[in-house]
Design a protein around this ligand. Structure first.
Ligand code: S3P
Length: 447
C-alpha cells in the first residue's frame, strides 16, 4: 500500500481501450469517520463492515483509541468498537495527529469541547493551513477554551468544559463538518442544541445519530435550508453499521468511463444519499449515460448500483445551489468539462479554496498547463471544452490533495500527450488501491 509519507510521481498516457467491468469502491469516507466516532461515544459494542481503511479514517480510529475506546480491526474493512459512552471519554496522553483529514479535526473538536479535559490536535502541512476558526467560534459558546496558532490554525489546544452550555447557531457557510461538530458537542451539553443551515449539506451525522437512538428533530427552512435540533445530554446505544461505497470515489470511475469510448462499468453498493449525488445530476445534465439500479436503504442511507456507459458530453452551467451536494467532485468534473463540447461554468466555488489544497486555483492550473482555456470570475470557473482534443503534456502539482491527484490521472487517460503528476501518494488518504482497481477495469497505470 502506498503511504502519503513517501512522495511518488506518475506519468499517465492516453488510453486507447475502454473501461469494462463490475467493481466495488471503498467505503464512504464521511460515514466511516462518523461510524468510528459515534460507536466510541455509544454504550456497548458496534460491529462496522465496509469501513474505509484509508489513512484519513485510520487517523480517526487512532484518536478514538487515544480517548479510551476499544477500536479493533477484525478483518478487511471489518471493525469492532466498544464505546465509552457520551461524557466518559478519557484525556488523551499525547497529541492527536489528524494527518491530512479535515473531517477528523473538525468533528473531533466538537466532541472534545464538551468533555472536561485537555487535548492538543495537529495535522500535516496541508491540514495545518486549513481554517479551524469556523468550528472554534461556535464551540467556544459551550464554555470550552481554545488556543490556536495563527488565528485558528492547527496545532490547537482544547480545554473541554464540564456542564457545557448548549448552542443555537446559524451556519455562515454551508458546511457539514461545522454542522456535525456542533451537533457532536451538543451530545454532552445541557439542553437543546440547534443548528440552522442556509443550504442543506450532507446529513450523515443526523442519519447516524438517529440510527444510534438519538432523537433528532429536522425542520425545513425557506430556500432549502434545514434546522436541526437535539436534546443533550444524549445517550447513544451501539448498533451495527454497514458503510456503503463512497460516491466521491465512484465519481472518478464515472467520469473516466463516460469519457473513454466503448466503456461500460457497473459500480455496486454505492451511497446515493441525495445530498451527495450532485455529481450524477451534473454528468446527466452534460449528456452522460448513467443508470441507477437496485436502490435500497441501508442503515439510514440510500444505496444502489450505478451503471455508466460512454457518452458524448456538452458544456453546462452548474449553479451555486448544487455545490454542497458535490463539493468534493469539482476537480474530477473539471476533466469532464475540459473534454466536453462547449463551455461549462461552475458557479459559487468559494469553499473550494479551503479544501486539502486551494482547489479553485489547483483546478485552473491543472487544466491550463494541459492546454485548456479556463477563466475565473469572482468565485466562478469557466472552462472552455476541447471537444475531445485535450493537448496534455503538462505537469500537475497536487499540493498534498488526493482528489487532485486522481483527477489528474483521469486527465492523463484522455489527453493527447502524457500528463505528469508530481505526487500521487496522497490518494491513499481516501482511496487505497485506486490504481489496482482502475487497472482491473482496463487502465495501465504503472506504479
Ligand atoms: C465532509 C464535509 C465536506 C467535504 C469533506 C467531508 C464531511 O466539507 O468537503 O470532504 O464528512 O462532513 P465541508 O464541511 O468543509 O464542506
Amino acid at each position: 500500500m502506498m503511504n502519503s509519507s513517501s512522495r511518488q510521481s506518475l506519468k499517465v498516457s492516453f488510453l486507447t481501450s475502454p473501461l469494462k467491468g463490475k467493481i466495488n469502491v471503498p467505503g464512504d469516507k464521511s460515514i466511516s469517520h462518523r461510524a468510528l466516532m459515534f460507536s466510541a461515544l455509544a454504550i456497548g459494542e458496534t460491529h462496522i463492515s465496509g469501513l474505509l481503511e484509508g489513512e484519513d479514517v485510520m487517523r480517526t480510529a487512532q484518536a478514538m483509541r487515544f480517548l479510551g475506546a476499544h477500536v479493533h480491526r477484525q478483518d478487511f474493512s471489518e471493525w469492532h468498537v466498544i464505546g465509552k459512552g457520551v461524557g466518559n471519554l478519557e484525556e488523551p496522553h499525547d497529541v492527536l495527529d489528524m494527518g491530512n483529514s479535515g473531517t477528523s479535526a473538525r468533528l473531533l473538536s466538537g466532541i472534545l469541547s464538551t468533555h472536561p479535559f485537555f487535548s492538543v490536535m495537529t495535522g500535516d502541512r496541508s491540514l495545518r493551513k486549513r481554517p479551524m476558526a469556523r468550528v472554534i467560534e461556535p464551540l467556544s459558546q459551550t464554555g470550552a477554551q481554545f488556543l490556536t496558532r495563527n488565528k485558528g490554525r492547527l496545532p490547537i489546544a482544547i480545554q473541554g468544559v464540564d456542564k457545557a452550555k448548549s448552542i443555537y447557531y446559524r451556519l455562515p457557510v454551508a458546511s457539514a463538518q461545522v454542522k456535525s461538530s456542533i451537533l457532536l458537542a451538543g451530545l454532552n451539553a445541557e439542553g437543546m442544541t440547534v443548528v440552522e443551515e442556509p443550504i442543506a449539506t450532507r446529513d450523515h451525522t443526523e442519519n447516524m445519530l438517529n440510527h444510534f437512538g438519538v432523537m433528532i428533530k429536522i425542520e425545513t427552512l425557506e430556500n432549502e435550508g434545514k434546522k436541526i435540533s437535539l436534546q443533550g445530554p444524549a445517550l447513544l446505544r451501539a448498533k451495527n453499521i454497514h458503510v456503503p461505497g463512497d460516491p466521491s470515489s465512484a465519481a472518478f470511475i464515472m467520469v473516466a468511463a463516460t469519457l473513454l469510448p466503448g466503456s461500460e462499468v457497473l459500480i455496486e453498493n454505492v451511497g446515493l444519499n441525495p445530498l451527495r449525488t450532485g455529481i450524477i445530476k451534473a454528468l446527466l445534465m452534460m449528456g452522460a449515460d448513467i443508470q441507477i439500479m437496485n436502490e435500497r436503504q441501508e442503515v439510514g442511507e440510500k444505496t444502489g448500483n450505478i451503471l455508466i456507459k460512454y457518452a458524448k458530453l456538452h458544456g453546462v452551467d452548474i449553479p451555486a445551489s448544487m455545490v454542497p451536494s458535490m463539493v468534493d467532485e469539482f476537480p474530477v468534473l473539471s476533466i469532464a468539462a475540459a473534454y466536453a463540447n462547449g463551455i461549462t461554468r461552475f458557479m459559487g466555488l468559494a469553499e473550494l479554496r479551503l479544501k486539502e489544497s486551494d482547489r479553485f486555483t489547483s483546478i485552473m492550473n491543472m487544466l491550463r498547463k494541459n492546454g485548456i482555456l479556463v477563466d475565473e470570475k469572482d468565485d466562478d470557473l469557466i472552462i472552455q471544452g476541447a471537444s475531445g482534443n485535450i493537448p496534455g503534456n503538462g505537469e500537475v502539482t497536487t499540493h498534498m490533495d488526493h482528489r487532485l491527484a486522481m483527477s489528474a490521472s483521469i486527465l492523463g487517460l484522455v489527453a493527447q500527450k502524457p500528463v505528469m503528476i508530481d505526487d500521487v501518494s496522497f490518494i491513499s488518504t481516501s482511496f487505497p488501491k485506486y490504481f489496482d482497481l482502475m487497472n482491473s477495469l482496463g487502465c495501465q497505470f504503472q506504479i
